[in-house]
Design a binder for this molecule. Structure first.
Ligand code: HEM
Length: 123
């Protein structure tokens, strides 16, 4: 439940990034907005790692969500570095890739929840 909320927030923050990037390219105040959306993605990525660690029980669930969240945080840091260095040829496609990964992860988490709800209602 918590991880689904965090991944939803992450996906929304990643959707805001190209929107604010458009503003960055077309209006004077756009840079501040794109930086704010970058901070939002970074904050959610850190919260994602923390919630993935807290949700994991040693000897219980799979540690895979922790690995996914850690890789995602690494990509976010790379994305910030590429943005600051103005390497647009890598920065823009990596942003698209991160959004795609987040949507995929959200659909996986939601499908897993539907399966559990169906199993419980069947008794
Ligand atoms: C598809 C999504 C994205 C697009 C199209 C995009 C596009 C851009 C563009 C065109 C720039 C300006 C580069 C320049 O000044 O030459 C930029 C800068 C930047 N981007 Fe993005 N970006 C995206 C996603 C992200 C994400 C997800 C993050 C962070 C997690 C991010 C962080 C930054 C940063 C920190 C800068 C530098 C801002 C500054 O110099 O003040 N971007 N981005």
């Amino acid at each position: 439940m918590l991880s689904r909320a965090v991944i939803t927030l992450q996906t929304l923050a990643l959707f805001a990034a190209p929107v604010t990037a458009g503003l960055l390219l077309s209006s004077p105040g756009g840079r501040v907005l794109h930086s704010a959306s970058a901070y939002a993605v970074f904050t959610v990525a850190v919260v994602h790692v923390v919630t993935a660690v807290l949700a994991w029980r040693p000897g219980g669930g799979s540690p895979r969500p922790i690995l996914y969240a850690a890789v995602f945080l690494g990509l976010t840091l790379a994305q910030i570095a590429l943005g600051i260095a103005q390497v647009k040829t890598l920065h823009v496609p990596l942003g698209v890739l991160m959004f795609g990964m987040s949507v995929l992860q959200l659909s996986r988490v939601s499908a897993g929840r539907r399966t559990r709800v169906a199993a419980v209602s069947q008794g």
